[in-house]
Design a protein around this ligand. Structure first.
Ligand code: GRF
Length: 217
């Protein structure tokens, strides 16, 4: 296989899907504002929750954001709402979809609409601890390290090819909250980094190795 890396001319348009606090979204906005993240434009932020703090963050920063009704299911996006999410992202010319604390599983139709152009940030060292309550499970298992992963999204929940990971040590007196806070700091670093790599055309799904890049400070 030949993997060509092309130069970048225009800004890459991203769509960010959120459900709550929005700290990862805020990290992306900050990185763009401070010029650390270049040639990237947030075309639209979509929240499945009207009350999401992420929507306030957008308002404060002049970022285009909407609430879009996610429909009848609590944990997945399927059917008509799924179609509406796809259409909205397409309408805004989104080239990369970033799931940043979007608390819903996306299904085949959505995945096919943006095949290999959807990424997610997950607070564990995948493939370990996919799903919810990661920090509790890490502590229960007496793991010595944990961290976060940015990965491609496919039909398997938190199971797509991993792109970048950052590790943190688990401390003896860690609680789920203290561990989560240290990992979150790393999330805010690796998510903008991976987005930059997409904008630079440095990531091609087929050419990307099976092992993630390990982020070190
Ligand atoms: C983060 O821990 C992320 O890894 C997980 O959901 C949380 C979202 O946090 N997927 P925020 O909304 O970005 O503050």
């Amino acid at each position: 296989m030949i993997c060509l890396i092309f130069g970048v001319e225009d800004s890459m348009k991203i769509g960010v899907l959120v459900s709550g606090r929005g700290s990862n979204l805020e990290a992306i906005i900050k990185a763009i504002k401070e010029g650390e993240l270049k040639n990237v434009e947030i075309a639209i932020v979509i929240s499945d929750n009207k009350e999401a703090k992420a929507l306030e963050i957008c308002k404060k920063n002049g970022v285009n954001a909407i609430y879009l009704n996610p429909g009848e299911y609590k944990t997945k996006l399927e059917g008509k709402p799924e179609e509406e999410y796809i259409n909205k992202l397409k309408e805004y010319g989104v080239e990369l979809v970033v799931l940043a604390g979007f608390m819903r599983v996306v299904k085949s139709r959505f995945i096919n609409a943006f095949r290999n152009r959807i990424i997610n940030i997950h607070p564990s060292l995948l493939p370990k601890y996919p799903g919810l309550h990661t920090h509790e499970r890490v502590l229960q298992a007496k793991e010595k390290e944990s961290g976060c992963t940015v990965h491609f999204v496919n039909e398997q929940v938190d199971g797509g090819k991993r792109i970048m990971q950052a590790k943190v040590k688990v401390l003896e007196n860690d609680t789920p909250e203290t561990l989560a806070a240290r990992i979150l700091e790393k999330e805010h670093k690796i998510l903008p980094k991976v987005i930059q790599m997409f904008a630079n055309n440095e990531i091609d799904y087929d050419c990307f190795p099976d092992n993630p890049i390990i982020f070190e400070e």
